[in-house]
Design a protein around this ligand. Structure first.
Ligand code: GLY
Length: 239
């Protein structure tokens, strides 16, 4: 069994914005497949077309980034990392941690380094930030992750005007070598308690990949994924 990156879960159930592609790499006989998601939120009919187009444009761009990696013979792991890195720089999507990471601009790359360079599965909080610094990753002030939209959402949540639970990105890939990879990045739930860790960095809950069965990247309320070990259970059903 190979566990690849961090998150995953229940693709089609929750994916209001999911795009997928599969094809044949040029000059190669093997197929590749990629599926991405931009979180559990929906795009309501009432929003202006320009905003809707901006979201769909970003999703298409992310899909193209991953597809290009796979079509050139890149691995599923490389494609997942590149796609999530793109999402992590796009303020339209709420992206975040390995677990409790506050200063590393691309938590997905930090997660990959934990997998490749340590004997651990999960690093959290200051230890994770420090490891990222040690690995030479881009270090940013925590305010880097603030966006006006998310600040408004937090205010609405605190004033009990609206509940916002979404804000996750994910990608699962099958490369031409037969390897599955899954990646998920999130800022967590709006208004969460300090110290709360959701499903995204918990292998077997919100993220899971097994070459023998499936790759999963979840979005939605993380507590449900953790409660039912959703990623692992989907894998068990496939097995
Ligand atoms: N699914 C994201 C979270 O609950 O943190």
């Amino acid at each position: 069994m190979r566990i690849r990156i961090l998150t995953i879960a229940l693709a089609s159930l929750f994916l209001s914005q999911m795009l997928a592609a599969s094809g044949r790499a040029q000059g190669k006989s093997s197929k590749y497949t990629i599926v991405i998601h931009g979180g559990a939120g929906t795009i309501p009919e009432t929003i202006p077309d320009s905003v809707k187009d901006a979201y769909l444009g970003s999703l298409k761009k992310a899909l193209t980034i991953g597809r290009n990696v796979l079509a050139k013979g890149g691995t599923s792991l490389e494609a997942v990392e590149d796609v999530i890195r793109y999402f992590e720089t796009d303020p339209k999507f709420n992206a975040g941690a390995v677990a409790g990471v506050e200063h590393i601009a691309h938590p997905i790359t930090l997660a990959k380094l934990v997998m490749e360079k340590t004997r651990h599965i999960l690093l959290a909080y200051q230890g994770a930030d420090d490891f990222g610094k040690q690995m030479g990753l881009k270090w940013v002030p925590n305010s880097y992750f603030d966006t006006p939209q998310r600040k408004t959402e937090l205010e609405e949540y605190m004033n009990k005007i609206k509940r916002h639970d979404h804000g996750t990105v994910g990608c699962v890939c099958l490369d031409e070598y037969g390897n599955l990879a899954a990646g998920t990045s999130t800022g967590g739930l709006t208004g969460k308690l300090p110290g709360r860790i959701g499903d995204s960095p918990c292998i077997g809950d919100g993220t899971y990949a097994n070459n023998q069965t499936c790759a999963v990247s979840g979005t939605g309320i993380g507590e449900q994924y953790v409660r039912y070990a959703v990623g692992f259970n989907i894998n068990a059903l496939m097995a």
